[in-house]
Design a binder for this molecule. Structure first.
Ligand code: DC
Length: 237
């Protein structure tokens, strides 16, 4: 029995990180954590409480106070439901999975995620989950800031048009009405904010393996991943 490890999957928006990370978690019997969902849930919380103004300025002081309420801290968790074992995001006892995936949240989330205090709040939750290892986390800064000692780091990218097309199809299959152009614009804006923010910007860790999956399906990616495990003698491969 090999000891469990932490697998950090970082990369640009809509590069299929969560699909790949879920497939890895299934293969290894690991827990999958969608760290972007945590930022999305905090964004929903901030919007609902009126902490985000029209030009996306955030009332950081009110948000900080609310997130750190000692008597009743905001609780974001993941619960698995249904026969396929789909993981859904819950906030303070409410299933918010549908509400955090909208284009409205996508428009604001990078601004909220750029706040150092929000990042501290999310990092604390993620490190608490990671102590027992046996986890696959996908995000933007897992291999650089949250778990710089993760045993395996993968950095994902794909051509922008491929990413926009994938997100467009995903949004439509979920019943959201958006255009391809709107999604492409949102992706490039988020790329810019994610890579230029001061705290924990999106950057490839020096020891992360690059995966460009523009022309790969999930099967191809899993074959690539198993090879990687074999080369590194990880997880019993
Ligand atoms: O993966 P996603 O599109 O659901 O992520 C939503 C936003 O959250 C993304 O625009 C950047 C931010 N994010 C982050 O800053 N750090 C992470 N570890 C994960 C997501």
């Amino acid at each position: 029995m090999t000891s469990p490890i932490i697998i950090a999957i970082d990369g640009y928006s809509s590069t299929g990180k969560s699909t790949f990370a879920k497939a890895i978690a299934k293969e290894l019997g690991y827990i999958y954590i969608d760290t972007g969902a945590m930022y999305r849930a905090v964004t929903l919380f901030a919007l609902r409480n009126g902490y985000v103004s029209k030009n996306n300025t955030i009332d950081t002081e009110s948000l900080r106070k609310a997130l750190s309420r000692a008597d009743n801290p905001v609780e974001i968790t993941f619960r698995t439901s249904g026969p396929g074992g789909i993981s859904e995001t819950w906030m303070d006892g409410e299933n918010v999975e549908g509400q955090i995936r909208t284009i409205e949240i996508s428009r604001v989330v990078s601004h909220v995620a750029a706040e150092p205090m929000v990042r501290q709040f999310v990092d604390r939750s993620l490190r608490a989950i990671g102590v027992r290892k046996g986890v696959v986390m996908d995000g933007r800064d897992i291999g650089t800031a949250v778990f710089p000692d993760a045993e395996l780091k993968i950095f994902m990218t794909a051509r922008p048009e491929v990413r926009a097309r994938r997100r467009y199809e995903e949004m439509h299959s979920r019943g959201y009405e958006t255009t391809y152009e709107e999604i492409l614009d949102n992706l490039s804006e988020r790329d810019y904010i994610d890579t230029h923010r001061r705290t924990a910007p999106l950057v490839r860790a020096a020891d992360a393996v690059l995966l460009d999956n523009s022309d790969m399906n999930v099967e191809d990616q899993m074959a690539w991943f198993r090879d990687l495990l074999r080369q590194r003698h990880l997880c019993g491969y």
